[in-house]
Design a protein around this ligand. Structure first.
Ligand code: PLZ
Length: 443
């Protein structure tokens, strides 16, 4: 079965979820795949496109997750497939650091144009988000000659050794996997619904921790997700990011925006920092950049990026030609389809539905996010006590009804909505009908 934009855009359940064929597949998975690799919803996908995932039993499910914010342009999007297929047939790999090719440089040039700021920018490409974050830290340390890295409460930066240290949440990301990398220090995040602080107050609180517990002149980098992804779409209060960026600039610290989840039109702008006019020294991107192919990037001030000795950055597959071709196709989809505007429209629709839900169900303590990156936080009514049980019950109901929803948050009590921007309004409305039913059924 072929997927992509021509796949019928209708939810259609022909078996229970998961169906018998998916259950069979899942038994095989359990036999051959490490139990450490979990499964949110064991339906085995055969084709996908628009806003639909089709499983091996023939069920068509509505996708509100985009494979964790990756298929922003839609699954098997036309220009991604066309460009990647052409590249596949031409050559699959040379290793860019052995014999280079144009696609890599084309992506770097696009990143220089699209990322915030008018200064000279250069990029280095990698495979995964974690790898981009690791390299951003390597470059910042090399450029500053300093060791310390500042991260925030609720942060998520990856699962490799350095990025595990940077990630906040213990279970499942860090449990039993130590010892962790050193010189990583955690500062308090701005979390408006919980701390009630203005951006300036929250930044002052974080800066006090940095100055008094680490020392500004020891700090190589401050890295922050402008909207936290796995942490539950925490949007810092206005002014928090600009104040941190200013503090970094005053103290010779590299200010890094981790836009791996929030970047590439997801929020209604190319990057989430654009909403506050913040110009990071460095930005890490992945996920939405390549429509589902593995690619990530570090883009930064040319003088920072060039501070590293030749041969200091690389990787066998880093900036693979097929992934680069996919990225050029995905970026073309975003530009020609004005997907930033589509993200804003999707955000407006979802926000209307979420506000209505909050009227009806007092378990919803917060609605937050931007564009097609919205979340609700579930707490015991009238309190800020997290309610992960209700969250899981609602999620299970949605899954059984053929709507793929994702949870998030330090306490597992957040629903995050990340539909592909190729989804129709009709499918979105239907998905939120199902979500409303799920809240009612689990009350
Ligand atoms: N930085 C902001 O969101 C990846 C993790 C999925 P990788 N988030 C999804 C999982 O369970 O592993 C992420 C992110 C931010 C870095 C990363 C890491 O990106 O491509 O997963 O390495």
């Amino acid at each position: 079965m072929s997927g992509g934009p021509t796949i019928p855009q209708k939810r259609n359940l022909v078996t229970a979820i998961p169906g018998p064929l998916s259950q069979e597949r899942h038994e095989r998975k359990k036999a051959f795949v490490s139990d450490g690799v979990g499964t949110t919803l064991p339906v085995y996908v055969e084709a996908a496109g628009g806003g639909i995932l089709v499983d091996v039993d023939g069920n068509a499910l509505i996708d509100l997750g985009s494979g964790i914010a990756v298929t922003t342009v839609g699954n098997a999007a036309e220009r991604v497939v066309a460009r990647a297929a052409e590249q596949l047939a031409a050559f699959t790999h040379t290793c860019f650091t052995v014999t280079p090719y144009d696609g890599y440089v084309d992506v770097a040039q696009k990143l220089a144009e699209l990322t915030p700021g008018e200064h000279a920018k250069k990029s280095a490409l990698f495979n995964s988000g974690a790898e981009a974050v690791e390299n951003a830290i390597k470059i910042a340390r090399h450029a500053t000659g300093r060791d310390a890295v500042i991260v925030f409460d609720h942060a998520y930066h990856g699962r490799t050794n350095l990025t595990m240290a940077m990630t906040a949440k213990q279970m499942p990301y860090k449990h039993g996997f130590g010892p962790f990398a050193g010189e990583v220090y955690r500062a308090p995040m701005s979390y408006p619904v919980r701390d009630g602080l203005t951006g300036a107050e929250a930044a002052a609180r974080a800066i006090d921790v940095i100055a008094s517990q680490v020392g500004a002149d020891q700090v190589a980098a401050i890295i922050v997700e402008p909207i936290q992804g796995e942490g539950g779409f925490v949007v810092p209060a206005p002014g928090f990011l600009p104040a941190l960026a200013a503090y970094a600039a005053e103290n010779g610290i590299v200010f890094i925006a981790d836009e791996i989840q929030s970047g590439f039109c997801r929020t209604g702008a190319w990057f989430a920092v654009d909403f506050e006019g913040v110009v990071p020294d460095m930005i890490t991107t992945a996920k939405g950049i390549a429509g589902g192919l593995p690619l990530s990037a570090v883009t930064g001030r040319a003088e920072l990026m060039d501070s590293v000795h030749a041969g200091g950055l690389g990787g066998t597959y880093a900036g693979n030609p097929v992934a680069c071709a996919g990225a050029l196709g995905a970026i073309e989809e975003m530009e020609t389809g004005d997907l930033a505007a589509r993200a804003t429209a999707i955000g407006a629709l979802m926000e209307r539905r979420l506000r209505a839900l909050r009227e009806e169900f007092d378990v919803i303590a917060d609605i937050r996010g931007r564009g097609a990156m919205l979340a609700i936080e579930l707490c015991k009514p009238g309190t800020l006590e997290p309610d992960p049980l209700r969250t899981n019950a609602v999620a299970a109901h949605c899954h059984q009804q053929g709507v793929v929803v994702l949870t998030a948050g330090t306490w597992g009590n957040v629903f995050r909505f990340l539909p592909p921007l190729s989804i129709s309004d009709e499918l979105l409305e239907e998905a939120f009908d199902v979500i409303a039913e799920a809240f009612a059924a689990t009350a």
